[in-house]
Design a protein around this ligand. Structure first.
Ligand SMILES: Nc1nc2c(c(=O)[nH]1)N[C@H]1C(S)=C(S)[C@@H](COP(=O)(O)O)O[C@H]1N2
Ligand SMILES: [Mo]
Length: 214
């Protein structure tokens, strides 16, 4: 995608945030499968800022740094050498589609946290991606049992368009939190907003409380 197209896409999503597009004003019990204002799709749409970085598995690396006792850098083989977790989860995009039963495999956020050992001051993380995208999460979200650094989907390596070699999967938040092509997890004492969060999207993004916009 060229720069003008990318700018247009970003501007229309910023406008949606200002206008509160798709807001129903409803909350739902997290036990409800479909969050308010969402509809189920069977395909898997591709959403990003236009550029899909071509990161070969052999070139992929992930840096974990900031307020942790054990800063680390992983190559793809290091990730595969960790205990692998398989999860089947639903995903919910702020543009209103939800997709059920996505089978991801990778390293659990909990496992990663046990290795890096965050300092007590670490309360937030900022995820950085190879396309320059960022998104923020409270540290405790990474410790939720359904958060994964996913390298596989449906038993196959994650495709480039969906964030391969490795993406984050945070199923209980809107899907913009699930950064594709991740390259760095930065541990911070204060919240630092990510790409969409700086542009009017909610800092937390819980679909059941319809936290689409800030
Ligand atoms: N690196 C990166 N990750 C990203 C994005 C992006 O532009 N760059 N877009 C986000 C948004 S808005 C959504 S809805 C999901 C889409 O993931 P998918 O293309 O696999 O459906 O990725 C999220 N992660
Ligand atoms: Mo999105």
């Amino acid at each position: 995608m060229d720069e003008a197209k990318r700018e247009k896409l970003i501007q229309s999503k910023e406008r949606w945030a200002r206008e509160g597009r798709l807001l129903t004003g409803m909350s739902a019990d997290p036990a409800t499968r479909l969050p308010p204002g969402q509809h189920e799709v069977k395909n898997w749409p591709v959403l990003d800022l236009g550029g899909q970085p071509d990161v070969a598995r052999e070139k992929w690396h992930l840096r974990m740094d900031g307020l942790i006792r054990n800063p680390m850098a992983w190559r793809h083989a290091d990730l595969l050498a960790q205990p692998q977790t398989q999860l089947t989860v639903d995903i919910h995009c702020v543009t209103s589609w939800s997709r059920y039963d996505n089978r991801f495999e990778g390293v659990a956020g909990q496992h990663l946290l046990s290795l890096v050992d965050p300092l007590p001051e670490a309360q937030h993380v900022l995820i950085h991606s190879f396309d320059g995208y960022t998104t923020n999460l409270p540290l405790w979200v990474l410790a939720e049992p359904d958060v994964l650094l996913a390298s596989h989907w449906d038993g196959k390596p994650l495709t480039r368009e969906h964030g391969g070699p490795v993406r984050l999967v945070v199923p209980r938040l809107y899907f913009w939190k699930s950064a594709k092509w991740i390259k760095r997890i930065e541990f911070l004492d204060e919240e630092q907003l990510g790409f969409w969060e700086e542009r009017g999207y909610h800092a937390f993004g819980d679909p059941w409380r319809e936290q689409r916009y800030s």
